[in-house]
Design a protein around this ligand. Structure first.
Ligand code: BES
Ligand code: MN
Ligand code: ZN
Length: 481
């Protein structure tokens, strides 16, 4: 990979039938044994270095044999590469036959997935303190199964590289990524790929009368952009209805005149996580040559304070023609999404419309850092996304969209208002967006406020941006093949 936009640190995985010649650290994975002399006894992911003469082996526990599952295997893969990176080990090798026998090719694949995700670091702006940062390479010998595993591993590497791209870009601060610089970055990223990029700038948005996304961006010196990514699908006839993914991409959310608190504003560079997941999903879909046509809509704006900013009490006319009365300039995500969703339906008549957004703090209140709320007008789409999410362990949980909740957003002087107070705030986000969805459009909204950005390191994700949604979207798209 020579693309400078992909130059972040993570682990590489090479599968072969045998190891290359060099002497390296050897890794063994084994279920926890009840007898300490017989092997590891710890939790899944616990590692132990064993020295025998000049030989060094790293033993990693897969946890209790009856509890081994794809998630414990991801965690084990991650702990291994984290240990390697921390201990400056550049190369290590691991015989996979035992793991494949124990957990199958899919289990081995989960281990590799954890390895590819676990070593990600965002260290572009950090001087290496005492030692240089290392991106470990894992050599896996899979014997007879090498071909099957190598094929899987390359697919996993593609998807995890995309996830790591989403993490990397989400981590970039707002003085580096803003709506304008993001549009340029996206154009560069997809140069020479089957994904075409169209950037709709603020002048064109004004002509279109996309008054909501424009208002959110108008307080910033870098105004709003609607970025359209279009992947025709490998070998498909044109004209087939695409799946459309829409991403909230607030490059910084100050709250605007409804200013956030000193504590609440920190981390708001991550408010672009939905958009980064969409960009990454398009990248993975194109690299995997998926057959289904796919469109990404990136609704990018920076929510800032200036004499040009929008205010509470402003009444905006959205692209749909509906008017929105502003109660809080901090409920900006739903505004950029309203125009993006309208545009997506008018332009593409999607077969399924899925938006990802770090929309409400209420998502964290409701489900913490374990699951993301999904709100939808369509049971089949909810089911398909939920089962993809269980497979990748980016778990979702459905919240309702009952009529009664819509009353909270009835406007005084406009058609609707953008916030109706504290109660059921995640659902309010959903019912607001639903106002812009045609009845015939299967639509789902994923509120990833909790899952896209985490306050502490997770088993195979760094503190900060997790890349949540990328693997789940790719899995969903693969299920349509
Ligand atoms: N970007 C925030 C939501 C958020 C909060 C994400 C914390 C991650 C962590 C969003 O724009 C926002 O400010 N939402 C408000 C909505 C309210 C004003 C109706 C919220 O959730 O408080
Ligand atoms: Mn906000
Ligand atoms: Zn926001």
């Amino acid at each position: 990979m020579n693309n400078p936009l992909l130059s972040y640190q993570y682990c590489t995985v090479k599968v072969a039938s045998q190891f290359p010649e060099q002497a390296m650290l050897t890794i063994e994975a084994a279920p926890a044994a009840s007898d300490p002399t017989q092997g590891p006894t710890g939790e899944a992911g616990e590692v132990m270095l064993v020295r025998e003469g000049s030989e060094r082996r790293l033993a990693v526990s897969l946890g209790k044999p009856e509890k081994i599952n794809p998630e414990t295997l991801r965690q084990a893969g991650s702990s291994v590469v984290r240990w390697l990176a921390k201990n400056q080990v550049e190369q290590a090798r691991m015989a996979m036959a035992g793991l494949i026998k124990l957990a199958g090719i899919d289990g081995a694949a989960a281990f590799i997935e954890g390895a590819c995700l676990g070593a990600f670091r965002f260290n572009r702006y950090k001087k290496p303190k005492d030692q240089p940062a290392v991106s470990p390479a894992l050599y896996l010998a899979a014997g007879e199964q090498a071909a099957a595993l190598a094929q899987k591993a390359s697919e996993i590497e593609t998807i995890c590289a995309a996830t790591n791209l989403a993490r990397d870009w989400a981590h970039e601060p707002a003085n580096v990524i803003n709506p304008v610089s993001l549009a340029e970055r996206v154009q560069q990223l997809f140069e020479g790929s089957p994904v075409s990029v169209t950037v709709i700038d603020d002048r064109q948005l004004a002509e279109m009368k996309a008054g909501a996304i424009l208002a959110v961006g108008q307080g910033s010196r870098t105004p709003a952009r609607l970025i359209i990514l279009s992947y025709p699908g490998q070998g498909r006839r044109t004209g087939e209805a695409p799946v459309v993914l829409v991403g909230k991409t607030i490059t910084f959310d100050s709250g605007g005149y409804s200013l956030k608190s000193v504590e609440g504003i920190v981390g708001m560079k991550y408010d672009k996580g939905g958009g980064m997941a969409v960009i990454a999903a398009l990248q993975a879909a194109a690299s995997l040559q998926l057959s289904h046509p796919l469109v990404g809509v990136i609704a990018a704006a920076e929510n800032m304070i200036s004499d040009k900013s929008y205010r509470p009490d402003d009444i905006l006319t959205t692209l749909s023609g509906k008017t929105v009365e502003i109660v809080s300039t901090d409920a900006e995500g739903r505004l950029v999404l309203a125009d993006a969703l309208t545009y997506a339906q008018k332009e593409f008549h999607p077969k399924a419309l899925i938006d990802l957004a770090t929309l409400t703090g209420g998502a964290i209140v409701a489900l913490g850092y374990v699951r993301a709320p999904i709100l939808s007008n369509n049971d089949a789409l909810t089911q398909a996304l939920t089962s993809a999410s269980e497979a990748t362990h980016e778990r979702l949980w459905r919240l309702p969209l009952d009529e009664e909740y819509s009353k909270l957003l009835q406007g005084d002087d406009g058609d609707i208002k953008n916030s109706g107070g504290r109660e059921a705030s995640t659902i309010q986000g959903g019912v607001f967006l639903k106002e812009f969805i045609e009845e015939s459009t299967p639509w789902a909204h994923l509120d990833i406020a909790g899952m896209a950005m985490v306050p502490k390191e997770m088993p195979y994700s760094p503190k900060g941006a997790t890349g949540f949604g990328v693997r789940l979207l790719v899995r969903y798209l693969q299920s349509l093949e």
